[in-house]
Design a protein around this ligand. Structure first.
Ligand code: PHE
Length: 470
């Protein structure tokens, strides 16, 4: 198998594919929401610091593990150290759980893009639009299937003709769209009458930008600051697609001559830039038309609040709506592709099956599980209270188990394996094997051995509800 293993043709192909994985729904809807909740600039600042330290170390480790072992996540860890198969299984289970529900959300995004393209975007501004769509019986399933099919087709076409080629087209377009909408967002201005005081209030995009980027220390306590740090860390971790087996899989296709440190830097810059720009795109628009208090979490921001914002923009809102949902769709597709590839590469390496067979197996699993996720909003509807207090349906349960529970465990075990069992040298040697400079090697060592496992443990305690920061 090893001899004819695929490799990304160029390092730019790898960087764009990995950035494609990293830039996803998390950047676009979760980052702006967290920033507005966690004191604007404070959150952004903490996030960026963590990105170049904590995020950098974990991402570098995973890519290097992939390249060193030339294996998908399921078999990579046991190749590094015998007896570590359970970590491989765990880090393959994560994408297996994520894939179906991520594709269901991909279907939702597709729906909104189609609604805006057909000129019916204003309908989506109605309060009940989103909930009546996801509770409908057939439409969400159909759109989910279309999305899953598109993703499977890309992965089916392989690392070069599928993943690398698609990322090279999609990622530059995505970047242009985010920049264009961000600029537009900053030029916004809108006046509304306050129904209580009858005063006319005019808000501008630049005021929104200020709310987003100027640190707000009002009521900041140590406890609150810790929440900001943990939020930023959780977000970073998810945003860089760490602990999902993905970066190990993509790393296994990285050429032996490639400079890993340089590529990781570029991936992080791309991912952080899109996250920060997403805030510039969304926060001013929401502030101008709806007021900051509407920066709500989760699906409602993207599928309920933003359609209202686009409707309030008038005619131009139709175009912005199309651009926005196209951008989100692109982001979701490249992320879903990477999740699927993590599983497909694992199946290929473990069972020595051909790529088409592996794709078929994973697509089949995702199809069945995804249908259950869709039915979770109608036929199989229930409400379950999660340890973190939120009320969950099937999708949220899968999201909770993979993100809050399994991912921190995978990451902690990766740190233990690299930092303490096989020792960091075996990974840093891989990174510098062509004589590459690794200026932050000392930082890498400290992070992997001490800082990251501790931070991750705190994150774990918080996300399973044992630790409650105020
Ligand atoms: N990194 C993606 C984001 O920020 C999330 C993601 C990627 C989730 C791949 C699952 C799989 O949105």
């Amino acid at each position: 198998m090893e001899k004819n293993r695929n490799t990304f043709k160029g390092s730019i192909g790898f960087v764009l594919a990995a950035a494609g994985s990293a830039v996803g729904l998390g950047n676009i809807w979760r980052f702006p929401y967290l920033a507005s909740k966690d004191g604007g600039g404070i959150f952004v600042f903490v996030y960026l610091i963590l990105a170049v330290t904590f995020g950098f170390a974990l991402l570098t480790a995973e890519v290097a593990i992939g390249r060193k072992t030339k294996q998908g996540p399921l078999t990579a860890y046991s190749k590094l150290k015998s007896g570590w198969k359970p970590l491989g299984v765990l880090s393959c289970l994560v994408p297996l759980i994520i894939m179906p529900y991520y594709c269901v959300i991909g279907g939702w995004v597709l729906k909104y893009l189609l609604v805006f393209i057909t000129g019916e975007g204003s309908l989506a501004a109605a309060d009940s639009y989103f909930s009546s769509f996801i509770t409908a019986q057939w439409e969400p399933i159909l759109l989910f299937m279309i999305f899953l099919f598109a993703v499977s087709l890309i992965v089916f076409n392989g690392v070069n003709k599928g993943i690398e080629a698609t990322s090279k087209i999609i990622m530059p377009v995505l970047l242009i769209l985010v920049i264009a909408i961000s600029i537009f967002s900053l030029t916004l201005k809108h006046s509304a009458i306050n129904s209580e005081t009858n005063e006319v209030i005019t808000r501008t995009g630049l005021q929104g930008l200020k709310i987003y980027l100027v640190p707000n220390f009002d009521g900041m306590t140590i406890g609150k600051f810790l929440t900001v740090v943990v939020d930023a860390m959780g977000q970073l971790f998810y945003s860089l697609s760490i602990a999902m087996g993905i970066m190990v899989a993509y790393g296994s296709y990285v050429h032996d001559d490639a400079n890993i440190v340089k590529s990781v830097n570029q991936i992080e810059i791309f991912d952080s830039a899109v996250a920060v720009l997403a805030g510039i795109m969304i926060i001013p628009a929401v502030v101008v038309f709806m007021g900051e208090e509407n920066m709500a979490a989760g699906p409602s921001l993207m599928f309920v609040i933003l359609p209202k914002v686009f409707a309030a923009m008038g005619k131009v809102g139709v175009i912005i709506g199309i651009m926005f949902f196209a951008l989100v769709l692109f982001a979701a597709i490249t992320s879903a592709v990477s999740v699927m590839e993590a599983i497909v590469s694992s199946i290929i390496d473990q069972f020595h099956l051909s790529r088409p067979k592996a794709v078929l197996i994973e697509a089949g699993i995702a199809l069945i599980a995804g249908i259950f996720v869709c039915l979770g909003y109608n036929k199989l509807y229930f409400e379950l209270k999660l340890p973190n207090g939120s009320v969950a349906q099937i999708l949220d349960i899968m999201d909770y188990i993979s993100n809050n529970f399994m991912m921190p465990i995978v990451a902690i075990l990766t740190c233990v394996l690299v930092g303490w069992v096989i020792k960091t040298e075996s990974i840093t040697d891989e990174i510098t094997k062509n004589g590459e400079k690794f200026g932050r090697k000392w930082l890498f060592n400290i992070m992997i051995k001490y800082v990251a496992p501790v931070l991750l443990f705190v994150l774990f305690l918080q996300s399973v509800g044992i630790l409650r920061l105020k």
